[in-house]
Ligand binder design. Structure first.
Ligand code: 48F
Length: 235
């Protein structure tokens, strides 16, 4: 499995898949892994997590304080670094400083990724990319939902969304976005699953503030969905 984006949803997906013994790699454009977690709540280094995601915090060993029901507060630095280190310890291969610029695909299915060094991409240098084959790709690129948009360009109107296209993120509505993030975590083209804010952007869910429970749960759901499909492949 190839995961694009090292934010909270991508990291939890990678952790669950690696823990299940699958060969899984995560590609992140930036030097640091953790995505939006590092920003905390408007750069105050605390994030809010809904208590529905408590089992994930406990599994990772991330400490929390109770705020008011149903909210918990975690240290953003502890969360980003623990999500990263525990995922790598579980067996997730992390490649930072890599931009996923394209997908490998044939008519009806995603087959993998086309990758290049992020500095090469940023400088616009004429250096050919490399390819990575994978059974499934997870787009965990956050608000930008970059991989789904690349696929949309290649097969216009054929995404598994109401309009066949990226529906686009709706206005901020944190409560609603939380449950929709989970509903929207699914396959959007054969072989391509969306997680985290990319799921909301793909299926037209609202934006949300510095609330991360939905992101953690979304990564977990994407991983379990893929584990079920891999098991079907084997039988
Ligand atoms: O944005 P990000 O943290 O995604 P997420 O897991 O979590 C969203 C929350 O941080 C926050 C929220 C909602 O308000 O709770 O926004 O959905 O992490 C996405 C990561 O993907 C990387 C990007 O640098 C970031 O670290 N990324 C994006 N496009 C690419 C990429 C790409 N083409 N190749 C490699 N990495």
């Amino acid at each position: 499995v190839a995961i694009v984006g090292g934010g909270p949803s991508g990291l939890v997906a990678g952790y669950v898949l690696a823990k299940a013994g699958k060969k899984v790699a995560l590609f992140e454009r930036k030097l640091s892994i953790g995505g939006g977690v590092w920003g905390g709540g408007m750069m105050f280094n605390e994030i809010v997590v809904q208590d529905r995601a408590l089992p994930i915090l406990e599994d990772f060993g991330i400490r929390y304080q109770r705020l008011q029901e149903p909210y918990l507060v975690c240290d953003a630095v502890e969360t980003a670094s623990t999500l990263t280190s525990r995922s790598v310890q579980a067996g997730l291969a992390v490649f930072n400083c890599i931009t996923v610029e394209d997908v490998l695909m044939r008519e009806d299915c995603i087959l993998g990724l086309v990758i290049n060094w992020a500095p090469v991409d940023r400088a616009g240098l004429h250096i050919d990319p490399l390819t990575v084959k994978s059974r499934f790709v997870i787009d965990a690129t956050g608000h930008a939902t970059e991989i789904v948009r690349v696929v949309q360009e290649k097969v216009p109107g054929r995404l598994i969304t109401p309009t066949g296209r990226v529906e686009g993120e709706k206005s901020m509505w944190s409560d609603r976005a939380e449950s929709l993030t989970l509903e929207n975590t699914r396959e959007v083209f054969p072989g391509l699953v969306v997680a985290g804010m990319a799921a909301n952007a793909t299926f037209g869910g609202p934006r949300m503030g510095p609330i991360f429970g939905g992101m953690l749960l979304s990564g977990e759901k994407a991983a379990h969905w893929i584990l079920d499909r891999l098991e079907e492949d084997e039988t």
